[in-house]
Design a binder for this molecule. Structure first.
Ligand SMILES: [Zn+2]
Ligand SMILES: [Zn+2]
Length: 425
């Protein structure tokens, strides 16, 4: 790569100055002729558009444009007419030199940052292999900006990891969480960012939980089998409780195939019922490398349903071998890297689930996320790895002096890194 654009992300339908900068050791030659052709990645999309594109707009993407040499860089005035990726073919003295890529966004997405996170991980405090601190550090090394420790039946491990890194100034967010298994209910449910433990609620006051389930059963369709009616009512009760403590509820891996029985962990009738009478916030669309068949069934199931918020998660029980390969994660489009910011993005469906190989979710978001995967996440991953290595050191030594070393890393925060890509004028 000999050239790069100053910004990667531009507002749609606004006049902007595209600046192309040489990458050291290349410099702009004052005697050379620099030209560019821009092409929308998906072609100009006129079909079913209320207003026809002007002739000037159509012609703009057919022409080769002379770039102005301004000091040490190149400039071209642009006005990108649709949300899309744009390929820039750069020519020097008539010969194609290289291709660059930028993205234009509608105002809603233009104002948001992209963060990567893992919403579902286990530690040795339930059935995992590693400590909460280690899992958090490794998810940072694997490119995440935030994580949730969601041990079975336990909220405390997520707080242990959160408190451990608090006050170090590390740019990594540990969100409180837990995987909830309420009594006589085979469905796995996660709470993202709840202020209190829902596991503790049913454990400490079984009567209140049972009474709430009995009340909920009355509302559940009696065409379900009796045990499924109970399960559905128990789930709705848990979802309501998660909402009451400020959490985002996740219906986890509904097509998880139990290897012992070759049957689903929960009856599909229950899943159908929960989808039709949705009181949870988000579906865990992809989870864990070990659930490939289940994941494929979930993806097909999701495609048959109206669009609903989704997340991708590793459900990792350790950091070795198949646990983080592929590493399933969520990309959130959020205002800030805070519990509230991430919760809002997830509830609003501003998420894509994915891994090293594939991304899933709403078409518009997936298309944008693939661009980020090509043009932004490689830089982001390098930064995350440095921060994660520091977290590992801190977790192993917990040396006060190391906190000073972290500041010495002078890592850009993920928010600042993303914001530096946005066109500022
Ligand atoms: Zn589970
Ligand atoms: Zn789990």
């Amino acid at each position: 790569m000999h050239f790069q654009t100053e910004s990667l992300i531009y507002p749609v339908r606004q006049t902007a100055m595209l600046r192309i900068l040489p990458v050291f050791p290349v410099t702009v030659r004052q005697d050379a002729r620099y030209e560019a052709i821009l092409r929308p990645f998906t072609g100009l999309r006129q079909y079913r558009r209320a207003e026809a594109f002007s002739k000037a707009t159509v012609d703009f993407f057919r022409k080769r444009h002379m770039l102005s040499i301004v000091g040490d860089h190149l400039e071209l005035t642009i006005d990108l007419p649709q949300e899309d990726s744009y390929i820039i073919e750069l020519y020097i003295d008539g010969i194609e030199a290289e291709k660059l890529e930028i993205y234009a966004l509608e105002p809603d997405l233009f104002s948001l940052n992209a963060y990567r996170g893992d919403n579902h991980m286990h530690t040795w405090m339930s059935d995992g292999k590693d400590s909460p601190m280690y899992m958090a550090a490794m998810s940072c090394r694997r490119g995440c900006d935030y994580c949730l420790i969601t041990d079975h039946h336990k909220y405390e491990p997520s707080l242990i990891a959160k408190r451990f890194y608090e006050g170090t100034g590390v740019d990594f967010l540990v969100i409180p969480g837990e995987e909830i298994h309420s009594p006589d209910n085979p469905v796995h449910i996660i709470s993202i960012g709840g202020r209190e433990s829902v596991n503790a609620w049913w454990r400490e006051d079984d009567r209140e939980y049972r009474a709430a389930v009995r009340e909920a059963i009355a509302e559940v369709d009696d065409t379900l089998l009796p045990e499924d009616r109970y399960t559905a009512a128990a789930c709705q009760t848990v979802f309501d409780r998660i909402r009451a403590v400020g959490g985002v509820s996740v219906l986890c891996h509904p097509h998880w195939v139990l290897s012992q029985t070759h049957a689903l962990n929960e009856h599909e009738d229950v899943t159908d019922y929960l989808m039709d009478h949705r009181r949870f916030d988000v579906l865990e669309l992809i989870a864990g490398g070990a659930f490939e068949v289940g994941t494929q069934m979930q993806i097909s199931y999701y495609h048959d349903r109206p669009t609903m918020p989704i997340v991708g998660s590793s459900d990792a029980h350790g950091c070795f071998l198949d646990q983080l390969e592929p590493h399933n994660y969520t990309i959130c489009f959020a205002k800030s890297l805070t519990v509230e910011g991430i919760q809002k993005a997830i509830r609003s469906g501003l998420t894509v689930g994915g891994n090293e190989n594939k991304l899933y979710g709403e078409y518009r978001l997936v298309k944008y996320a693939y661009f980020l995967k090509r043009c932004f996440f490689p830089r982001h991953e390098a930064l995350r790895d440095r921060v994660g290595v520091w977290m590992l050191r801190y977790a192993s030594a917990r040396d006060e002096a190391d906190a000073a070393i972290y500041n010495g890393l002078k890592c850009e925060s993920p928010s600042k890194l993303f914001e530096s890509l946005r066109y500022q004028g």
